[in-house]
Design a protein around this ligand. Structure first.
Ligand code: GAR
Length: 202
């Protein structure tokens, strides 16, 4: 059973999908810690409801990103997690954290990377006028949404879509995709070779 930590800033619907997949035994691991940079993040409440340790770490006292990440590192290491899952964690991670968990930090992004990285993936895809968008699970490297792609799912952009409608459809895909990617990790089926993440079968 792999020990998993989840970092989340917001609603935590991806966290919820992961926790439900764990409960259905679709993930050979368990979530041992949820961390947030927002005190009121619904993600914290979702974890507490299940008796999972949920910590808020206020970023304001830390002037540099690396200092905040060092503070995050302490509970992460104490939790003895093997995998760090970013689920709507709206901060860039510094090398301090990434070097402690090489190829062991995953992120989900609401677009088909490398298109529309950053914090407005849904809005920018709609404004650009693409016919297909989707979501991407990738390992995190030092760049902005640039690490090796693990899984992607395409989602059509419809004629009368709004940001809310498209976001809803993409999030439904995220809730399928993220648990699958995490399970591949837990089953030791992911191999990173340069930019590519290969999935070993059988
Ligand atoms: C998700 O849609 C995720 O793809 C996005 O934030 C949302 C969090 O929702 N992440 C990013 O845009 C990262 N650049 P949730 O809190 O309900 O899981």
């Amino acid at each position: 059973m792999k020990r998993i930590a989840v970092l989340a800033s917001g609603q935590g619907t991806n966290l919820e999908a992961i926790l439900e997949a764990v409960e259905r035994d679709e993930i050979s691991g368990r979530v041992v810690l949820v961390l947030s940079d927002r005190e009121k993040a619904a993600a914290l409440e979702r974890a507490r409801r299940r008796g999972i340790e949920a910590l808020y770490l206020d970023p304001r006292p830390y002037r540099e990103r690396a200092a905040y990440d060092r503070a995050l590192l302490e509970p992460l290491q104490r939790s003895r997690c093997e995998l760090v899952v970013l689920a709507g964690f709206m901060r860039l991670l510094s090398p301090v954290l990434l070097e402690a968990f090489p190829n062991r930090v995953m992120n989900i992004h609401p677009a088909l990377l490398p298109s529309f990285p950053g914090t407005a993936g849904v809005e920018e895809a709609l404004a650009y006028g693409v016919k297909v968008s989707g979501c991407t699970v990738h390992f995190v490297d030092g760049g902005l949404d640039t690490g090796p792609v693990i899984l992607q799912e395409a989602v059509p952009v419809l004629q009368d879509d709004t940001v809310e409608l498209l976001r809803g459809r993409i999030q439904a895909a995220e809730h399928r995709l993220y648990p699958r990617a995490i399970e591949l990790y837990c089953r030791d089926q992911l191999r990173v070779k340069g930019r590519r993440c290969l999935i070993e079968t059988g």
